[in-house]
Design a protein around this ligand. Structure first.
Ligand code: NIG
Ligand code: FE
Length: 389
């Protein structure tokens, strides 16, 4: 396989402190050697080994491709009217999910696949090279399995979220729906997914139901992740930590005990500022989590209801402006943090052996992602060593 050296990088985020300065492992005036789909070497430009191909980064910054560890992109339709109503003062509730469920059920496989492809490409244009996505807008055995098959054809990180809300078909029998989710639906879905998720929230699933669902999934080899403490205080975060979930997502309403649990457990706190932006809710307090010692990730939560953005740079900017993160912390959370939330060590860093997933910014440093909000700074993307943008 051909090797390529990318030289004249003003500032390289490796996320590997043994290769550079600080937690981001920053190298100034850097070069990266890519061999096939892997990073083979990183260091200062002057020491870069000779290779077949040379790419001049033009004195601009390179960082690992963003790892977006939370999205809901197998869906049809949109919810513009709901957004408009919210921006005129209505509040967000989980009930809107039913609108997308109806549209998704009515869509063909081809429509759903094309929609997903479009949003994956939209994310790629903004530097995302790994994207987790979930089912959850089908809520029948066939529809959930179909969503996961469609997702698995396009991304390696697929999550079974049959427990998004109680299916409207089971409005009078939530216990029956939990039996379905942990029985026939799990049988049909487990082969297509790596993760199991549940929306643990008022109006969705309570702590006992969430425990039953996640435990059943874990028994089938799916690793738990939890939508926790988004709209209200609740049991989600502590349940996630107790069950060894990879991630507790949202973490907007946290007690001191929730923060302690995250700081002392193996569960990443994944913050989704697009959701607070689009629902005009209070911001999650990243500073409090970081100061306590929790591992924090940032993700888009891209979905048509609560957060219709696929932009990790936008999330980085919000996290810095409104959640108490430094630019370095936010960039780490959007790359290495996302990788940790997906229990991956091959992505979210750029040091030898890592997957060659890189984003080149039209800016001298990664700080510009927050310093220049809303500006499309990502100008080139390599995924598995292949230039895709
Ligand atoms: O993460 N919280 C639950 N699920 C999504 C919202 C989905 C929707 O409103 O369609 C979320 O915010
Ligand atoms: Fe979500």
């Amino acid at each position: 396989m051909a090797t390529t050296v990318i030289t004249n990088i003003s500032s390289l985020v490796t996320n590997d402190p043994s290769f550079g300065e600080g937690p981001l492992g920053l190298i100034q005036d850097a070069a990266v050697v890519v061999d096939g789909d892997r990073v083979a070497w990183v260091g200062t430009s002057s020491k870069a080994p000779a290779t077949d191909n040379r790419v001049d980064a033009g004195g601009r910054a390179v960082l690992p491709g963003f790892v977006d560890s939370h999205s809901h992109l197998v869906f049809a339709g949109d919810r513009t009217a709901e957004f408009n109503a919210r921006m005129s003062g209505r509040s967000y509730s989980a009930g809107g999910i039913r609108v997308t469920v109806a549209a998704t059920r009515a869509a063909s496989d081809e429509e759903l696949a094309a929609n997903l492809r479009r949003y994956l490409h939209e994310a790629l244009r903004q530097g995302t090279t790994t994207l987790e996505t979930k089912s959850g807008y089908g809520l029948t055995v066939e529809q959930e399995a179909r969503a996961l098959r469609i997702a698995a054809a396009q991304t390696e990180e697929v999550t079974y979220l049959g427990a998004h809300i109680v299916s409207p078909d089971y409005a009078d029998d939530p216990a029956g729906y939990v039996d379905l989710v942990t029985g026939p639906m799990l049988d049909a879905c487990a082969p297509h997914a790596r993760w199991i998720d549940v929306f643990c929230e008022k109006g969705a699933f309570d702590g006992d139901q969430a425990r039953t669902i996640l435990t059943a999934g874990a028994a089938r080899g799916l690793v738990p992740r939890v939508h926790a403490n988004q709209l209200t205080y609740g049991p989600g975060v502590q349940l996630a930590v107790e069950l060894g979930a990879a991630s507790a997502d949202h973490c907007t309403h946290l007690t001191d005990a929730d923060v302690d649990a995250l700081a002392n457990g193996d569960t990443v706190a994944t913050l989704l500022p697009g959701a607070e932006f689009s629902t005009r809710a209070q911001w999650p307090n990243a500073r409090r989590l970081l100061d306590a010692g929790a591992t924090v990730a940032l993700s888009t939560d891209c979905n048509p209801g609560s957060s219709f953005t696929s932009s990790m740079p936008f999330c980085v900017a919000l996290a810095v402006r409104d959640m108490g993160m430094t630019p370095d912390e936010a960039v780490w959370a959007a790359t290495a943090g996302g990788a940790a939330a997906l229990r991956r060590t091959d992505i979210g860093r750029l040091s030898p052996g890592a997957r060659a997933d890189l984003a080149l910014l039209d800016a001298p440093s990664h700080v510009h992602l927050a310093y220049r909000p809303g500006v499309p700074l990502v100008t080139a993307v390599w995924r598995r060593g292949v230039r895709e943008l």
